[in-house]
Design a protein around this ligand. Sequence first.
Ligand code: DCT
Ligand code: MG
Length: 387
Amino acid sequence: LDISWFTDSMKERRPVAVETKHLIQDVLPEVSTPPSVVAVSQYACQRRTTTENHNKTLTVRNCSSNLAGNPAVPPEAAALTSLFTNLPNHFETWKADLYFPCLKDADLFRCSSADPSFHVLWITASYQVFTSVFGVGLKTAEKWYRRGLRTFPDVMAEPSIRLNRMQQSGFLHYGDISRHVSKAEAQALGNIIDEAVHAIAPNGILTLTGGFRRGKEFGHDVDFIVTTPEQGQEEGLLTNIIKHLKHQGILLFCDYQPSSFDLSKLPSHRFEAMDHFAKCFLILKLEGHEVEGGLCRAEGDSRDWRAVRVDLVSPPLDRFAFTLLGWTGSRQFERDLRRFARLERRMLLDNHALFDKTKNEFLAATTEKDIFAHLGLEYIEPWQRNA
Ligand code: DCT
Ligand code: MG
């Protein structure tokens, strides 16, 4: 079996022309009949990946790595896995070694997921226990780990550690917000936010985005975009929504970041993980009676409410399509979309705008379809962006 083309590309982090025919024939003869011709783009934005792909292990691990701050599945691996079907269990460990050669020292183990139909392979990087807390990033986790702290009680007992407000809430609601959010819970939150938006701005526009827009059944939070048809009126919208939620007694935590968006500073040649629109990271109290079919409750939990993470972002209307495309994800899809724009089209794409470097001009868009068309890409529906 020669997979050097694959592992070498992983080491060098360069894209590969995916040539899977031999891999499938040599390694997996009993598993599936290989397609006679396999043509898979290295870019996720040229593939249609639904949640119903044959790649449950990596799909799920991609979610958990998202949650835990682990490196995401490399693009080459994501492309490859769209071809695997019904892998025998022992291949999961083999795949983990193949996909994560950089994490040789990481502690690999198996555990059953909530869905018993497949196993989830977790890579437990040393800091993961801490980065799983809302408000604790890699830097803080590393700092704590280097001090010899290994568990939450270690952190609590360390007198020199002063948790910020976000971390305090992260620990306080850890049990709730580390449990997944169901589609029904996301729907209930949509109703609550919609009511708040329309109490403030009768013409306000609320749009579900993130994983739930991609048709996922579960998520770690619920993401929404709020804006108004009157350009400029979106200013103040979020702060008023926050006040409204507080008045309802359901605001458990709020980190509000005002807009720092400045069109004259675009295009940005530097990659920025986050956009500059006004946004807030919330923890809301969701009550059982709001949710069709009831709450996702932990065993032995008798409360009729749970804490849920909600993100709201508020761009001006003329930036809406870019924000929607950026926040719909998946992260892998977004990364590849930007990489495709840069390398194949000499364009810069982010959540604010699309800039054509050849023509030296911004390309306007009112819908996601406009952006795909500018990029010369076939339109990919949100539920096909689960790379
Ligand atoms: N996003 C991005 N880059 C970031 C952060 C987010 O491109 N640095 C995009 C991708 C997905 C979207 O924003 C929402 O982020 P998450 O809520 O973290 O992801 P999700 O796909 O909604 O996953 P989950 O279902 O776990 O919430
Ligand atoms: Mg989300």
